[in-house]
Design a protein around this ligand. Structure first.
Ligand code: GLN
Length: 567
């Protein structure tokens, strides 16, 4: 029986055991699904491989939509600590996700939405809301079929809405985690209902190579994959991540133990440049095997690999010039993942300029506590980025860094909190408002140069007063901003903040050398500042790093890095 017949049968059953709400007009087989799971351990690049696969499929002309199913119970990633979990990535629609969505957006060069990121918390929230509204018509609400049904609904609705050829669904965590069991079960059901010809399971596993043995070992991978099989899921393709190239005997062992033919056991060993991964996957036959399973390989041919080769060429640096050194003065400096989009945006500039950029981490709390002197801490850097952040820890250290940059004409790029830091520093040391501060750090500041805006104070009591997501920024003519944005009157950027430049001080700032070159349309909310008398001092209330893409570096970052390169 083919998927479309199974689905017909299920939709015509009036008893509720299947509980599969199928969207109006939905047809099995119109959209195919690739489901990506991990085994053995996390952190082996599941997100990168998944997004690279999407890139390969996109390169063949398919319309691909990625979904990340995240196991945690948070409704979104907004409250997650970046030090533990990596940066919070904000989408244009204002949804706060984890950093994987950034990887997808950059790889596919496309804006994603809240439909592309689904946490278990959000699924439960939907179900509980439905239950309270009496939508389950007196039934007891259960994991199966209701939670699993909700997941199937989400992916089918995405299929209807997007008309994608393929939806790739990445399941967070690894097989065997309690948290993602029901997601796996839901997708097993999806395969049963849609038919094997329309749903393909990929497992990304890890082949160990203990130093003491000096050879690859496949047992952990075999056990991990068997666990998937025990749940009724037969993987169609296995990707073996490993330190060194996958050995043939290991490929054979994996194949024999998991019922997966040899040519569908794909080896991916460590690569230096992750941007070359799509090409590596293409050359190993990964996307070809998937399209063969879906019988789409004749319609969507690879037509050579020129597109992916071009991509690799445009995402690498060939010059051996001394690198540009950029200091990042933050407080999560031990975990680079907390600032991953900034690192990526710098990398995008290095591609455009064919000049390597190196990062030096500057721990602002150490400067604040006088454990290190500012000039000592930033010695050897060509420019400084003060990134976004919340809370007062490290703020005074960042203010000292900003002062040192301005006084010594070192390029300074401020991002969100870095914009506010530039204002506080300027107010204290140029406007001579000695105790200028943000009311986030000093609620009773005598000169609250950074403050909540009145309309935000009104909604504060209700919570959720953060300005989030993509908004248009009006660019002032004749400014540096206008020049680098190619005279565009408005640009769209992403925000995530509560505090802003206090309008009462705008005039004073302007009279003393700050130009506000970007603002919110029709509102006195300042969003870009520049000091044209200096080599480079620019800052934005938005996060330009979130929309920088490998082939289109953000303009402010690019101008900053160019200035860092000028000795
Ligand atoms: N804490 C500041 C605010 O809420 C800056 C936020 C940020 O840098 N993302 O406005």
């Amino acid at each position: 029986m083919k998927g479309k017949d199974i689905l017909n049968e299920i939709s015509s059953t009036s008893s509720g055991e299947f509980y599969t709400p199928i969207p109006e007009g939905y047809k099995a087989g119109k959209t195919k699904y690739v489901i990506i799971t991990g085994s053995v351990m996390s952190g082996v690049g599941k997100g990168t491989i998944s997004s690279s696969l999407c890139k390969c499929l996109q390169d063949r002309g398919l319309k691909v939509e990625p979904i990340k199913l995240e196991a945690y119970l948070n409704v979104d990633s907004g409250t997650l600590n970046p030090y533990r979990h990596g940066e919070v990535f904000v989408l244009d629609d204002g949804y706060e996700t984890d950093l994987d969505l950034g990887t997808y957006e950059r790889m596919l060069d496309k804006n994603l939405t809240r439909d592309h990121f689904v946490t278990s918390g959000r699924i439960y929230q939907t179900i509980i809301e439905k239950e309270r509204a009496g939508k389950y018509l007196g039934r007891d609400v259960q994991f199966i079929p209701h939670v699993t049904g909700e997941i199937k609904s989400i992916v089918r609705n995405m299929a209807m809405k997007s008309k994608a050829d393929i939806i790739s669904i990445e399941i967070g965590g690894t097989v065997g985690d309690y948290e993602n069991m029901f997601a796996l079960e839901a997708l097993r059901e999806l395969q049963y209902e849609e038919g094997r010809e329309n749903v393909c399971f990929v497992n990304i596993t890890y082949i160990m190579e203990p130093k003491s043995l000096g050879e690859q070992k496949s047992k952990a991978a075999q056990l991990g994959i068997k666990r998937l099989i025990a749940m009724g899921i037969q993987p169609d393709i296995i990707v073996c991540r490993s330190q060194s190239k996958l050995k043939q005997n290991i490929r054979e062992k994996i194949s024999l133990n998991t019922n997966v033919p040899l040519d569908r056991v794909i080896g991916v060993h460590n690569v230096e440049n992750i941007y070359s991964l799509p090409l590596t996957l293409r050359e190993s036959g990964f996307d070809q095997r998937i399209l063969e399973i879906f019988e789409m390989d004749k319609k969507f041919k690879a037509n050579g690999n020129s597109g992916l080769k071009e991509w690799v060429k445009n995402t690498s640096v060939t010059s051996s010039k001394d690198p540009i050194v950029v200091g990042i003065a933050g407080k999560y400096t031990e975990g680079g993942d907390a600032y991953i989009s900034i690192l990526k945006a710098l990398e995008h500039c290095s591609f455009a300029l064919n000049h390597r950029v190196e990062v030096k981490w500057i721990e602002s709390t150490k400067i604040e506590k006088d454990q290190i002197k500012v000039d000592e801490a930033i010695k050897g850097v060509d420019g400084i980025i003060v990134p976004g952040g919340f809370g007062s820890r490290g703020v005074e250290g960042k203010i000292k860094v900003a002062q040192y940059c301005r006084e010594n004409n070192i390029p300074y790029l401020g991002l969100c909190l870095g914009f506010q830091i530039a204002l506080i520093e300027f107010a204290r040391n140029v406007l001579k408002l000695e105790d200028a501060n943000s009311t986030e750090f000093e609620p009773k500041a005598k000169h609250p140069v950074v403050d909540l805006l009145p309309e935000q104070m009104d909604i504060e009591g209700l919570g959720g007063n953060m300005r989030l997501g993509g908004r248009n920024v009006e660019v002032k003519e004749g400014t540096i901003a206008s020049r680098i944005f190619n005279k565009a009157k408005s640009v769209r950027r992403r925000f995530r903040h509560r505090f802003e430049c206090n309008p009462d001080y705008i005039k004073q700032f302007e009279e003393n050398g700050i130009v506000f070159s970007g603002k919110a349309p029709k509102q006195p909310i300042m969003q870009i500042l520049e000091v044209p008398s200096l080599k480079f001092l620019m800052a934005s209330q938005f996060h330009p790093e979130l929309t920088s893409r490998p082939r289109h570096p953000d303009e402010m970052f690019l101008e900053f890095v160019k200035n860092c390169a000028k000795k």
